[in-house]
Design a protein. Sequence first.
Length: 370
Amino acid sequence: MASVVYLHGEPDPIAQFLRIGLTHHRRLEQMLLAGQFPLARVVVEAAAFKKQSDLIHALQTNGRELILDTNVAELSSVGKYEGAVREAPWANPDGVLTAAHLTGANERNVLSSIARFAVANKINRLHAPTHLLNGVNDAWFKADLEATARLRAFLDIEGGKNIAIDYPLLIPNAVLNDPAERKAIVAALKSMPAESLWLRISRFGADATPAGIRKYITAAQDFHTLSKPVIADNLGGLAALAVVAFGGTSGTAHGAAEKERFDATDWNKPRRKSGGGGGGHMVLLPGIDRLLKKQEAQALMDAPHGRRLLSCNNRSCCPHGFEDTIKDPRGHYLRQRTLQCEAIAAVPDPLRPEHFLNKTLAETDRKARE
C-alpha cells in the first residue's frame, strides 16, 4: 500500500506451507469448498496423490500453489517403504528404490516418471529425489545432486520449464550441529539446480529445548550463503515461530495438527507390525501452544479456570470457544497457526526477535504458569 511508511523497512514475508500428509484430507477439502482454507501453499505426497485427487483439483481451481513431495526418500528406506508410501507412482514393486532406479534409461527410470507426472498434473513445484543422509560423505549425497540436475533436464524436455525444484536436505540433528559437516554440505549445495532448500532435520521439532532451537537457528543461517530461500520442514509450534523470528529460515512447513517434528531413527529398520488404534484427534490449546489428545484437552478445560485461560478466545475462529475447537480441531489448528505466522510476518525484520520474546513467548509463559 502506497500510504504505508515502514520506519524499519518493509517486513519480509514468511512462507507457510501445509503438508497434507496421507490422511485427514476430507476435512481440508470441506474447508476449501467453504472458503475457510487459510493457506496458499500446499505440499501433497506422491503416495496419496490419487486418493486425494478431489482435494488437489479443488486446490488448483482455487489458485493454490501445489508442491509435490516425490517420496523418493521414503521409497528408498526399508522402514518407510513397507507402509502406505508404496502407492507412489514410481514405487518399486520389488522393494526399495536403489541408485539404479535413478540412473537407468529404461521404462522404470524414476526421474523421467516424476517429470512426466509433474507436467501432466500441473504441479507448480516439486521436491528433488533426495535421501536420508548420515553425513556429507554419504554416497547418496553426490547421487542426489546429480539426480536433481537430471530431473531438471527431464522437466525441461517434457515441457515443465516453469516447474520449480526444491531440494529437501534430510540429515540428523547431530550432523546439522556439526560445524565441519555443515560447512562441507553448504559447499556441495552451491551447485544444486534448485530454487530453495528444505531442512528436514531428524530428531528435531516442536518439542525442541531452548538450547536446541538456538543451535538450529545458528546452523540454519549458514545455509543463507546459498542465496536461496530456506524452509524449516516438519517443524511447528513455538519452535517454528522462533526460527523464523530470529531469521533462521524464510518459512516453515507442517501438517494439520501433525508433522511438527521429524524423526527418521527407524527408517532403515524393518517396519514393525502395528496393532492399530490411533491416538484420537490432536487438539491445539493456543494459550500454552500444546497439541494434546482430546481427553487431555478436556481434562484441562474442566479444571478450575481452565476455560478462561485456555479456550480459543478468537470468535472468528471458534465462536463458541472450546466446544467449536473440539468439534473441528484441524480447522482450529490451521487458523491458529496461520494467525501466529501472520503476527510475526507483520513485524519488521529487526524487531521480530524482540516481538517473539516479549509478546509471543511471554504470553505463553504467563498462561502456562497460571
